[in-house]
Design a binder for this molecule. Structure first.
Ligand SMILES: C[S@@+](CC[C@H](N)C(=O)[O-])C[C@H]1O[C@@H](n2cnc3c(N)ncnc32)[C@H](O)[C@@H]1O
Length: 246
């Protein structure tokens, strides 16, 4: 059961005693609009997974394991999207690929609620959502080598040099990706920040567990709000892919 009366604006991520490690997000504030709260009350139990916590509200108990077939009620290829935002891409991909299951990791609660609205409107049955810090979920909660694909579309750019340490895509992170992907799995990324694209490329080159580089745009990715913003500011979109080293 998810708690539909949950607070929507905690910022416990940096509170002493909760998290010591740096995370790739800060405040997750924003109250739910009335229709977002209503959809959460109506279908949240079915689509938003209950995550055993280890303290902070987006943490994952390292002893917890996700039962994927029980979660989706079937056995099918599984794709995870990290930082699904409003859910535009995960819902479009799920509608285009009904034989694939999609799980979205997001820490921004109004974004999860917005995704629920699309799930209901489109009648999707193959999407689930989890309010989690993605690295923790990849590290222990997901079964090893369970993903056919992992998607990371427009991760927060943390464009100031002093904030680069908050970026999600690092060589350390590639070990979590390799743990989660099937041997034939694919990690797909996109960003509108040229220097983050360079960093992603460099990370893939330096990673001992992945190989890959720049590539064509993923066919099921619609133009998201963040992509639209980037394009409006004259930025170029960079797509990358990586696979486990065989
Ligand atoms: C720049 S937005 C992009 C959203 C969406 N992918 C798009 O293209 O519109 C990045 C999203 O990643 C989420 N995020 C950042 N760090 C995260 C983490 N460690 N775990 C899960 N979600 C995260 C943020 O809350 C935000 O919604």
């Amino acid at each position: 059961m998810t708690d539909s009366r949950r607070s929507t604006s905690p910022d416990d991520e940096l509170a002493p005693g909760h998290r010591r490690e740096l995370v790739s997000f800060t405040r997750r504030g924003g109250r739910l609009k009335e229709r977002q709260q209503r959809v959460w009350d109506e279908i949240g139990d079915r689509f938003v997974l209950e995550v055993p916590r280890a303290g902070a509200s987006t943490s994952v108990d390292p002893d917890a394991r996700l039962d994927v077939p029980a979660t989706f009620g079937r056995t099918a290829p599984l794709v995870v999207e990290i930082g699904s935002g409003h859910g535009d891409t995960v819902c479009a991909a799920a509608a285009a690929c009904p034989d694939v299951d999609f799980l979205a990791f997001e820490v921004w609660v109004p974004g999860i609620a917005q995704t629920l609205l699309t799930i209901r409107r489109e009648g999707l049955t193959n999407v689930r959502l989890a309010e989690v810090n993605a690295p923790e979920a990849l590290a222990t909660w997901l079964p090893e080598h369970s993903l056919t694909e992992l998607h990371t579309w427009f991760p927060d750019p943390w464009h100031k040099t002093r904030h680069h340490k908050r970026r999600l895509v690092t060589v350390d992170f590639t070990h979590l990706v390799a743990r989660a992907l099937e041997p034939s799995g694919v990690w797909r990324l996109a960003t509108d920040w040229a220097d983050y694209a360079d960093q992603m490329e460099q990370v893939i080159v330096e990673s001992p567990v992945l190989e890959g580089g720049r590539c064509e745009r993923y066919e099921h990715r619609p133009v998201t709000r963040f992509e639209t913003k980037g394009l409006a500011k004259g930025r170029t979109i960079h797509d990358l892919r990586a696979v486990p080293v065989s």
